[in-house]
Ligand binder design. Structure first.
Ligand SMILES: Nc1ncnc2c1ncn2[C@@H]1O[C@H](COP(=O)(O)OP(=O)(O)OP(=O)(O)O)[C@@H](O)[C@H]1O
Ligand SMILES: [Mg+2]
Ligand SMILES: [Zn+2]
Length: 536
């Protein structure tokens, strides 16, 4: 017998064998038991998650000599023929290459005749979303009222592209992507049956690369066996698949934590020298950063992380080096870098720039926040910032000014002097900017809360009562009145308001200077990278 690849050899032959799709298999098994099988199904889901396999098992279940049964024997002629793909009553059509009206007319003719040797005729239309509009229309009548004992299964990776008229005539099952653990277990099971020795690192690399597709995982196993023989180890598999070594990711994390531009740029240099794909490294770094972020937010045991139990303590340790908002920021920078690598020439420069931005992110963060806040304020709202929401977590990197420290910049004395000019200086606004994104504003001092309100959309509503109190204390009457606001141009500002405006003007000047400094910093960074490239 000719050689069969692992994915085909180990195609599940019963509903119980199909991994991770219990919501589909149980419903189908019940329908068979209760004799309520529909005449048209849509099986949708990503590539290699079991759609065609489930359709074939359904055909076997209906036609098994013991059936219809949810557990086909696999031994009878019908079961064997269907498994081998040679049954006359199971018609598999690739709709991607038979998408026209003529082919559908032929199909309609074919299904008019009773099954040759079985109980039911099963038509499996693969990639059904590729049918032309005319072909779909030609199929409607047959789908709605098919001949006796004919069942249609339309498999598709893009159910949204199916005609609505087809969807409304069918029962729709969505096949989900398989989890990391489900793929690992299946790989282990098959490796054991095939007599392969495979270590955990290699398994985890393959499961991760498969991205939820069991067929992809089995194809990778096939490839690894061809390369390594029956003893499959982590290192050669990584080399074969071009996967970045785990210690490079570790090195990247340490470079960021230690703010070492040299180490980060050294990594890029090594990759370039070894001829590795930089975009691939960037994607691996994104995945790693995502894992760290989830470990930070949900704990390293979370199911959301695709990692083996041995890798988890390392992730927890690395995640503890950063705050949630640091990690979010790195994640965003990497996503942007990956986009640059894809669309712009000279990937090395863009990767280097991206890594430098991460190394310097902790230093740049407060300035970015300041600018974001200034933009948010100008737009009339205090939520306009692009920087991530602060959690007030105490584990921020040392150079990151802690949010609670910023809030406490408003001393208890300033509470008794709510309109103190100093609170409106540049640093006052910066201090106000951070608490504006904290989830529990009630924890801040009332002076800080007032400053936040005054800095954005809340300005009109909130200045007045306080201002009036201030003016009443100093024996003056506010002419604008509480309803009309103080920001009207032709209104006479009482002296307290004038002080505020002077404060705001001062803050704007300071912001301008900071913006220029940031721009200089970025152009210095770019110049630095150009220098490195010239030398390389
Ligand atoms: N849920 C699963 N459990 C076990 N093995 C699976 C599963 N899904 C896929 N496989 C393996 O992958 C192979 C391909 O699966 P199948 O042909 O059913 O995928 P598909 O969903 O139809 O993919 P495509 O959309 O690419 O046609 C099977 O032969 C089987 O070995
Ligand atoms: Mg298929
Ligand atoms: Zn059978």
């Amino acid at each position: 017998m000719t050689y069969q690849v692992i994915a085909r050899k180990w195609r599940p032959q019963s509903f119980a064998d199909l991994v991770g799709q219990e919501h589909v298999t149980e419903t189908l098994a019940n329908a068979i038991k209760m004799n309520r099988v529909a005449h048209a199904y849509i099986f949708s889901g990503a590539r290699g998650v079991g759609k065609t396999t489930a359709a074939r098992i359904l055909a076997k279940a209906l036609n098994c000599v013991n059936g219809p049964t949810a557990e086909p024997c696999g031994e009878c002629d019908s079961c064997k023929e269907i498994a081998a793909g040679s049954s006359l009553d199971v018609i598999e059509i690739d709709a991607a290459s038979n998408r026209g009206i003529d082919q559908i007319r032929e199909l309609r003719e074919m299904v008019r005749y009773a099954p040759a040797a079985s109980r039911s005729k099963v038509v499996i239309l693969d990639e059904a979303h590729m049918l032309t509009g005319e072909a779909s229309n030609a199929l409607l009548k047959t789908l709605e009222e098919p001949p006796e004992r004919v069942i249609f299964v339309m498999a598709t990776t893009q159910p949204e592209d199916l005609e609505d008229t087809i969807r409304s005539r069918s029962q729709h099952f969505h096949f989900r992507a398989l989890t990391f653990n489900e793929i690992i277990s299946r790989l282990q099971y098959i490796a054991e049956k095939e007599g392969l020795k495979i270590d955990d690192g290699a398994l985890s690399v393959m499961a991760r690369m498969a991205e939820g597709s069991m067929r992809d995982a089995l194809s990778l196993l096939e490839q690894a066996r061809a390369y390594c023989g029956d003893d499959i180890h982590d290192e050669p598999v990584r080399n074969l698949l071009g996967v970045v070594p785990e210690d490079s990711l570790q090195e990247l994390v340490e470079a960021i934590a230690g703010q070492s531009a040299e180490r980060a740029l050294g990594l890029v240099h090594i990759f370039q020298k070894e001829g590795r794909n930089l975009q691939h490294f960037c994607r691996e770094a994104i995945r790693h950063m995502r894992n760290l972020l989830i470990a930070r937010v949900c704990g390293a045991d979370s199911d959301l992380i695709a990692a083996t139990p041995e890798q988890r303590p390392g992730l927890a340790k690395a995640a503890a080096l950063f705050s949630e908002e640091d990690l979010t920021r790195y994640f965003q920078i990497l996503l942007q870098t990956e986009n640059d690598l894809r669309h712009k020439s000279d990937p090395r420069v863009h990767l280097e720039m991206g890594l430098l931005r991460m190394v310097n992110a902790a230093r740049l963060a407060p300035l970015e926040e300041l600018l974001a806040q200034a933009r948010g304020g100008a737009g009339g709202g205090s939520q306009g910032g692009t920087a991530p929401r602060s959690t007030g977590s105490g584990s921020a990197t040392p150079s990151f000014p802690s949010r609670s420290a910023s809030a406490s910049a408003f001393s208890p004395q300033s509470e008794t002097k709510p309109m103190a000019t100093s609170a409106w200086g540049a640093s006052g606004i910066a201090a106000a900017a951070a608490p504006a994104r904290t989830p529990e504003p009630t924890k801040q001092s009332s002076a800080a809360a007032l400053a936040i309100k005054c800095s954005g959309a809340g300005q009109r509503k909130s200045i007045h009562p306080r201002l009036r109190a201030h003016q009443n204390r100093s024996g003056r009457i506010c002419r604008g009145g509480p309803d009309r606001g103080t920001s009207g141009r032709n209104q006479k500002h009482p002296s307290g308001t004038a002080e505020i405006y002077r404060g705001i003007a001062g803050a704007r000047v300071a912001l301008g200077a900071r913006r220029r400094r940031i721009a200089n910093l970025f152009s210095a960074g770019e110049e630095h990278v150009r220098g490195i490239n010239r030398r390389a």
